[in-house]
Design a protein around this ligand. Structure first.
Ligand SMILES: CC(C)(COP(=O)(O)OP(=O)(O)OC[C@H]1O[C@@H](n2cnc3c(N)ncnc32)[C@H](O)[C@@H]1OP(=O)(O)O)[C@@H](O)C(=O)NCCC(=O)NCCS
Length: 296
């Protein structure tokens, strides 16, 4: 880094982002082709903490956000640096602030990293957990219902507590307010699957993204259940779809390939702790798609 660049970087002001900054946040995430919407940025501002770095002319050139969950973890996301400002330590600077703020609240910093992000996080001591892949499809072909699908039905707001309980069991993250917020958005839909006794054993949530409908979380007791839920969601989703599937869910990944999906990019789950708990080191067996790298 040239000395003048270091001085410029030093002069940037750290700010807490508010509702008025949502538009600038969407500008940064859209510029790198991400799927987040203004609703996502508003959620980080409302339920978590979003910080950024501003130039003297008030341009937002870097961001990071934290979202506290019940049960000891907090999610870090939206780590973005304007291309003109990269490799000057800005992401590292914002992360140091996020980490200090989470540690002060005894929360373990956890995140899903892109390959570029992983290089930054590894230097800060984050440990690698399970990998997952984003699959995308322009328009999924309708998949005919199969025998087991008769237990799949569209969820109503009354089903939210069951879905939250399944999500908590599957990923060990207490994020009831997050799921309530995602499910309550305009355009969001969910499907659940029940066992013979009418007890929910799986669900999938669909929410609108900037580029594509995001499917996830997808929680199920088996590959067949996960695929049944997906068939219902895809039949109701006409446009492009993204879904983030743990690499260990090979049967589901194979099904997606057979139904026209292609691999877009890879992520790795990471946490800043000496030893990863089992649900982070390996993908929990009932987790078939994460909510998205920004939420875990
Ligand atoms: C990843 C990103 C946030 C890094 O921001 P940054 O401010 O350039 O990062 P830093 O300057 O703090 O980097 C610290 C170190 O991490 C490593 N690093 C950063 N970006 C890297 C990259 N693209 N590839 C490999 N290593 C990288 C380097 O070792 C770097 O030190 P150096 O510049 O002295 O070599 C930025 O490239 C970006 O916005 N990328 C697109 C969005 C993205 O992928 N975000 C991460 C989401 S998990």
């Amino acid at each position: 880094m040239a000395p003048s660049e270091a001085v410029e970087a030093e002069a940037l002001q750290t700010v807490h982002l508010a509702a008025a900054d949502v538009f600038a946040g969407v500008g940064l995430s859209s510029a790198v082709g991400w799927n987040q919407t203004a609703d996502d940025w508003a959620l980080f501002v409302a339920q978590g903490e979003a910080i950024g770095l501003r130039t003297a002319r008030s341009e937002l050139v870097a961001t990071a956000a934290t979202l506290p969950y019940q049960g000891g973890h907090a999610w870090i996301s939206m780590v973005l640096v304007d291309p003109a400002w990269r490799h000057r330590g800005l992401a590292t600077r914002l992360l140091a602030q996020c980490i200090a703020s989470l540690r002060a609240r005894a929360l373990v910093p956890t995140l899903d990293a892109t390959p570029a992000g992983e290089a930054v996080y590894r230097k800060l001591g984050f440990v690698r957990g399970f990998g997952f892949s984003r699959w995308e499809c322009e328009a999924a072909a309708p998949a005919p219902r199969e025998a087991g699908d008769s237990r799949v039905r569209e969820a109503t707001p009354d089903d939210l507590p069951d879905c939250i309980a399944l999500d908590t069991q599957a990923c060990g993250l207490g994020r009831a307010s997050l799921l309530a917020s995602l499910a309550g958005r305009q355009g969001s839909r969910a499907w659940r699957i029940d066992d013979a006794g009418g007890r929910a054993t799986g669900f999938v949530l669909a929410r609108e993204g900037r580029r594509a409908t995001q499917l996830g979380p997808l929680v199920a007791a088996s590959d067949a259940q996960a695929i049944g839920l997906l068939r219902a969601a895809l039949t109701a989703t006409p446009g492009p779809v993204f879904i983030d599937v743990p690499d260990a869910r090979e049967a589901l990944s194979g099904w997606l390939i057979a139904h026209g999906f292609r691999l877009q990019r890879s992520f790795v789950r990471m946490a800043l702790c000496p030893r990863l708990p089992p649900g982070l080191a390996d993908a929990p067996s009932s987790l078939f798609a994460v909510a998205g790298p920004e939420f875990g």
